[in-house]
Write a protein of this length. Structure first.
Length: 146
């Protein structure tokens, strides 16, 4: 992985803010794999992708479903990108070593998940060739912090 962004959503649930990244990924011609070990969170992300931007079509589907390989955004409980995604969003705030196989990663967490995200930040500090970024949600937009 070349870039890993840590995305702090504050008090807003991840499913409300992840569509901002998904929209940018699709607009730039990329495919995205959204991973969560929490099936209920994947259900909420699924719904949010339909509702977040009514004027845009954020086409997506579930891993294991028909035509999963054709989906620009694929929702999965694991890090296998059947859709050929180069981008991975870890929606549940849990770092997975398998994510390093992707070109770019997004680790989402809210205020309650800060303590779970810190060890990943520290562990990845010494990884050669990996750029870590920290972003916070500010007035509905992701802002990079130093």
């Amino acid at each position: 992985m070349q870039r890993l962004g840590f995305y702090l959503s504050g008090e807003r649930p991840v499913e409300q803010v992840l569509p901002l990244i998904a929209r940018k990924a699709i607009a730039s011609g990329e495919r995205l794999l959204v991973v969560s070990g929490d099936a209920a969170l994947l259900d909420r992300v699924d719904e949010a992708l339909w509702e977040a931007f009514p004027a845009d079509f954020l086409a997506h589907g579930r891993a294991g479903a028909a035509h999963a390989e054709r989906q620009p955004i694929l929702l999965s409980e694991g890090c296998r990108a059947d859709n050929g995604a180069r981008l991975i969003a870890l929606a549940d705030g849990v770092w997975r070593e398998e994510a390093e196989a992707f070109a770019r990663g997004f680790l989402f967490f809210d205020d309650a998940g800060r303590d779970r995200a810190r060890p990943a930040w520290t562990a990845l500090d010494s990884r050669a060739g990996m750029e870590r970024e920290f972003h916070v949600l500010d007035n509905g937009k992701w802002v990079r912090r130093r």
